[in-house]
Write a protein that binds this ligand. Structure first.
Ligand SMILES: [Zn+2]
Length: 144
């Protein structure tokens, strides 16, 4: 199995209402580090799983949308803006300052969202998404 991993960073604020930690209930920020892993049994005609540059272009669009925003759990009306399964409707992509998610924006949930979004819209052979919230804490979503 061949694997390639590309890393990205973005700065964002979030708020976790349902938590035992008082600090997390406040709006606070992280320098998130996102790792996206693609896997393949075979290499393509260029000897790659996928060109790193092509991988970057697609994922950076998503990362840019999450850079310097506030990420919170939204209500029904706000969630409609995002589309059913994914973060938001790509046709309605604009300069968001707040991104509303269906669930509270834990690192675990954001991993799953990034995984589903990138898998569906880019058809990348994604096998793992890891999101670092601090220098010693990350969550992962791995393809079954
Ligand atoms: Zn946090």
């Amino acid at each position: 199995m061949y694997k390639v991993v590309k890393c990205f960073e973005f700065e964002a604020a979030h708020q976790l209402i349902n938590t035992h930690t008082d600090k997390c209930k406040r709006i606070h920020g992280h320098t998130y580090k996102l790792e996206v892993e693609l896997s393949s049994q075979e290499l393509n005609e260029n000897g790659m799983v996928l060109d790193f540059t092509l991988m970057s272009q697609q994922i950076e669009e998503l990362v840019d949308d999450f850079d310097h925003v506030l990420i919170v759990k939204g209500n029904e009306d706000q969630i409609l803006m995002m589309g059913e399964e994914f973060l938001y409707d790509t046709d309605k992509r604009q300069n968001h300052t707040i991104i509303y998610l269906k669930e509270q924006p834990t690192a675990e949930y954001m991993c799953r969202l990034f995984f589903d979004y990138l898998s569906a819209f880019n058809h990348f052979p994604i096998t793992r998404v890891r999101l670092w919230e601090t220098s010693n804490s990350y969550a992962e979503y791995i393809k079954d």
